[in-house]
Design a protein around this ligand. Structure first.
Ligand code: GLU
Length: 284
């Protein structure tokens, strides 16, 4: 019988605020699965967006998780310390002819979208109308040479032509077909951030040998794009277990703005880790 590879899960928060009960639910989902299987649980800080992430939140995340009773295997991976690796992945996609520079401002894109007869929307917003995909090589080179700020977009049609039909294995549901075209020419490197969430998350899951991605169902649509990047880069395919989002008593999704639900505040108000684990949907 072939050996079953060890289960590797991860929790990958962005340090843009304090952890709330929804994060605790997600972290515990991955941690419990790994520990029950004798596998590995990794912690990764997705701090690639310099405008929104703060080091003090990164420290607080680790302190709050430890207080909650979680431990993780190996060092914490901090994405901002690995920019050269993401750049290399972007270069590999560029070498395949799959990326192009996009010089558009948000306002230009919004104007073009507003003027279009139909403006399809994807999981990340209105689809990019392709303005910079249609630039001539000369204009592209001239604008790059002039040092004009630009994002890097995936040429979705070209990318799709390179891969077979894609799907992913969702626990409890079987294989689900992917439709990455719903994202249009997705941004893989932003003007103000060296790489996008989509690129870094798939790069790191592959590099770190994650075998089961446990995360909120709000990220399930992104899996279509993640599978495409995995196929283009030759990265292994993890399994997925998207969990429902925790809601408050009124059925509203918990969000960072709900200060009362942060682990910090619950702790300060005297709640025990076991009580907070139970509030997060995982009673001992
Ligand atoms: N960093 C992402 C977030 O905080 C989660 C990434 C993932 O689990 O795939 O929303």
């Amino acid at each position: 019988m072939a050996a079953v590879p060890p289960l590797v899960t991860r929790f990958a928060p962005s340090p843009t605020g304090f952890l709330h009960l929804g994060h605790a639910h997600s972290a515990l989902a991955g941690w419990r699965r790994a520990r029950a299987a004798g596998g590995r649980f990794l912690l990764r800080l997705e701090d690639i967006d310099p405008g929104r992430c703060r080091p003090d939140f990164a420290d607080a995340i680790q302190e709050d998780l430890a207080w909650l009773g979680l431990d993780w295997d190996g060092p914490v991976r901090v994405q901002s310390a690995h920019l050269a690796e993401y750049r290399a992945a972007l270069e590999a996609l560029t070498a395949q002819g799959l990326l192009y520079p996009c010089f558009c401002t948000r306002a230009e894109i919004a104007r073009e979208v507003a003027a279009a007869a139909s403006a399809p929307h994807g999981p990340d917003g209105p689809l990019y109308p392709g303005i910079c995909r249609r630039l001539s090589d000369d204009e592209r080179q001239a604008r790059l040479a002039a040092g004009e700020a630009h994002a890097l977009r995936l040429d979705m049609a070209r990318a799709l032509a390179r891969v077979p039909p894609l799907s992913f294995a969702e626990e409890g549901e079987g294989r689900i077909g992917c439709d990455p075209a719903r994202f249009g020419d997705a941004v893989l490197a932003r003007k103000d951030a060296p790489a996008s969430y989509h690129l870094c998350v798939t790069h790191d899951d592959a590099l770190q040998g994650v075998t089961l991605v446990t995360r909120g169902v709000d990220l399930k649509p992104a899996t279509d794009l993640h599978r495409l990047l995995q196929a283009l880069m030759g990265w292994p395919e993890p399994a997925y277990a998207h969990h429902p989002l925790l809601t408050d008593a009124a059925g509203r999704r918990l969000a960072k703005r709900d200060r009362a639900a942060t682990l910090r505040d619950l702790r300060a108000s005297g709640a025990s880790p076991a009580a907070v684990r139970a509030m997060a949907g995982w009673p001992d």
